[in-house]
Design a protein around this ligand. Structure first.
Ligand code: PLP
Length: 468
């Protein structure tokens, strides 16, 4: 095929694909949220080997609809309430198309100056939107798991140990702290950094599932007395299970006193700080050494986009900068090379989609949607509280409600299963103080109060069906 023909074919196929995307977004609510497939079904429908000859793009689009789509769980569905509900919004989708077309690698400033500088601007706009202090360095990673890993690598670097050349051998055992409710990515970071899972001390929580600062203080003292070397604390603003908020101001004070790096995981909850009435959720975070917010969670940016902020840019850079001859540049201090702030060399132009989303919504637009989600969650909470047999298990500071039927774990499992099997809504579960709990997170752009009501009605109906 000639280049001209290929371009023409692309134009036609891209036109069809964008028309399909627009229709999909408009009508996604008519689809089942959870697909009706069994393990291996999608794979069995696909050819086992690649084609010898290339196929027309039109056939690819046809088979996407025919073979792939039936196995999709629709995260962009307005009644997707599982995990943390998200949205790939139109400006973000548009940006993804352009990012793929440019296909630049933002590893060095010179490998695409605009990719680095748009990323810097997008991170700074988000910083302003949530009220973090200036100056603070920001860069975009794939996920919060990576951002937290990099932050904790910087924390270890700040100890000025010669880990880079000699490894951990001969050093005192390093320890870091996170609450029992913190995300598993903290433990994964511990594994990768060589402090091990046992080097991640889980601190107990109070009645509202927030880190107990007294317990943290005691754990640090115990570890120091035993010859271990505390180096970091991870506080969470919006835990995965119940969205509880650790007392960051008190933790920050303790970290300053103990000279420990404070990293804040605000992967989900940070977005809420765009609302003036919820700005308080990041109180104390201006004293953190690093903080992560995931625009791909509650800021309508398509997967993947996780912003890592770090007040000690030089330390983060020292932890990761390793410049082989073939990547050396002459720009000097004039320009940042973003490969110096993490493990990945190749870096996608993620800044464009965050910049598009922030521009297309505007701060006011973001505030309206997030405020609507918070209001819907409050309504849902009030319905649950008023319903005999059900109970709410945790505070609802954001847009996620955690609750259960009093009939016990098995009953709640069966309610969840019945709702999800219906295809009309998707909810998920967690465990709160050992009890199996249902969890509804409201975070999709198209979710309306009617969607929340419909899901709640399904839960109530399922409860009457599964209970004896
Ligand atoms: C509080 C919190 N931190 C970190 C993560 C991990 O996020 P990611 O999937 O971006 O690694 C999650 C995921 O839900 C989360 O809820």
């Amino acid at each position: 095929m000639s280049a001209a023909n290929a371009d023409r074919e692309f134009e036609l196929a891209a036109g069809r694909a964008t028309a399909w995307v627009a229709r999909y977004l408009e009508s996604v609510r008519d689809r089942r949220v959870l697909p009706e497939v069994v393990p291996g079904q999608v794979r069995a429908a696909l050819p086992a080997a690649p084609p010898e000859q290339g196929e027309p793009l039109e056939h690819l689009l046809r088979d996407f609809e025919r073979l792939v789509l039936p196995g999709i769980t629709h995260w962009n569905h307005p009644r997707f309430f599982a995990y943390f509900a998200t949205t790939g919004s139109e400006p973000g989708i548009l940006a993804e198309l352009l990012i793929a077309a440019l296909n630049v690698n933002a590893m060095l400033w010179r490998t695409s100056p605009a990719a680095t500088e748009v990323e810097e601007v997008a991170c700074d706009w988000l910083r302003q939107a949530v009220g973090l202090p200036d100056p603070i360095f920001g860069c975009i990673n794939d996920t919060a798991s990576s951002s937290t890993l990099y932050a904790l690598a910087a924390a270890r670097e700040a100890l000025d140990l010669d880990v880079r050349r000699r490894g951990l051998a001969g050093l005192p055992a390093l320890v870091l702290y996170a609450s029992e409710e913190a995300h598993s990515s903290v433990e994964k970071a511990g594994i990768v950094l060589g402090v091990g899972q046992e080097g991640v001390v889980r601190v107990s929580t109070d009645a509202e599932l927030r880190m107990d600062v007294g317990a943290l203080e005691r754990a640090i003292a115990t570890d120091r007395a035993a010859g271990r070397r505390p180096f970091a604390v991870v506080a969470t603003v919006g835990t995965t299970s119940t969205t509880s908020i650790d007392p960051v101001p008190a933790i920050a004070e303790l970290c300053e006193r103990e000279r420990l790096w404070l990293h804040v995981d605000a992967a989900y909850g940070g977005a809420a700080a765009v609302l003036p009435e919820l700005r308080w959720v990041l109180e104390g975070c201006e004293r953190a050494d690093s903080l992560v917010i995931n625009p791909h969670k509650w800021l309508f940016t398509p997967m993947d986009c996780s912003v890592l902020y770090c007040r000690r840019e030089e330390v983060l850079r020292r932890a990761f900068s390793l410049v082989p001859d073939y990547l050396a540049t002459t720009e000097g201090d004039e320009a940042r090379n973003l490969m110096d702030y993490g493990v990945a060399l190749g870096r996608r132009f993620r800044g464009l989609k965050l910049w598009f989303v922030l521009r297309a919504f505007g701060l006011q637009g973001l505030r309206e949607v997030i405020a609507a989600h918070v209001a819907m969650a409050r309504d849902l909470r009030s319905w649950i509280e008023a319903e005999p047999g059900f109970e709410v298990l945790a505070p609802t500071p954001f847009s996620t409600v955690v609750f259960r039927h009093r009939a016990g774990d098995e009953a709640n499992r069966r309610i969840e299963e019945a709702v999800n099997r219906s295809g009309l809504a998707l909810v998920s579960h967690t465990t709160v103080r050992g009890a199996y709990a249902l969890r509804m997170a409201i975070g999709n752009l198209r979710t309306t109060p009617d969607d929340v009501r419909a899901a709640w009605d399904l839960i109530r109906e399922a409860a009457t069906e599964v209970l004896p």
